[in-house]
Design a protein around this ligand. Sequence first.
Ligand code: SIN
Length: 313
Amino acid sequence: MTATHTETRLKITPLSGWTGALIEGADLSAPLAVEQIDGIRAALHQWKVLFFRDQSLDHAAQIAFGAQFGDVTPGHPYEGDSAPAGFPQIHTVSPAAYDHRYGTKYRKRLSPNGPGWHADVTPLINPPSHSILRAEQVPAYGGDTQFTNVAAVYAGLSETVREFIDELRAEHRFGATVSAERSAEKIGDLVRSNPLASIHPVVRVHPETGEKVVYVNPSFTREIVNLAPRESRHVLELLFEEIARPEYSVRFKWEPGSVAFWDNRAALHLAPRDFEHVEGDRVLHRITLVGDVPVGPDGVASESISGDYFGAA
Ligand code: SIN
């Protein structure tokens, strides 16, 4: 199905049943019309991640694009000195950038929870509301990113399980699955000097759509706090398996100039693991927008264990 918003001249082409749409008819390097901003917001509410092709953005233009949708954060709470000069909002995603930021072994460590589906920086008390990732350089093949819709994941659970998880809360922690605190690499210093951890509702009510979303992820969620450890492990396993169901997801093939814009409260993403097996570098740049503090179905907000509110850059 292809829909056209005549008033905005955006062409919106869904790419799977639940997740992702390609948007044509917007030049992201120029200020958008109010109708285009509204059209993009509405499409994000429905499809959770939007893709744009052939965009000519540099760091400044990417930040200006994002600023039309919210306040832009610093690149990452652990950015250190790795942001490009003059652009503290830019978080570069490439093997070299990760090695520089965290140390060479950290990137290659695999999570015991299997594929690292995640939303960006959920250990923060206010994880980013949106992320915008732009491709500068990509290999000819490989390096695809997958996205999934966690409102669909919630809606797909049986009513009994939905009611059960509505009550739960979970700890999210940077290094939840790979013992970053004990690392002798740079990541260890970062996590020890500024540990990031919060207790979030397992089900979050989306502040704009009112949808309930499954708000745990295999990269940052350590445990469900009010269950016995074995119960927590099994409940998380169930939710992680549901999150990874292929029918909810979409797979995006990058080209230079591609942009992915996702609602970080309603979508999870999975970075590729194959790009080091193909020829050519992969360099992408991400910005994030200031997020709100999650609230559960009972109206109770998240609590910080450690780490500061992540405000505008
Ligand atoms: C990320 O996990 O934020 C990066 C995604 C990617 O490398 O495709």
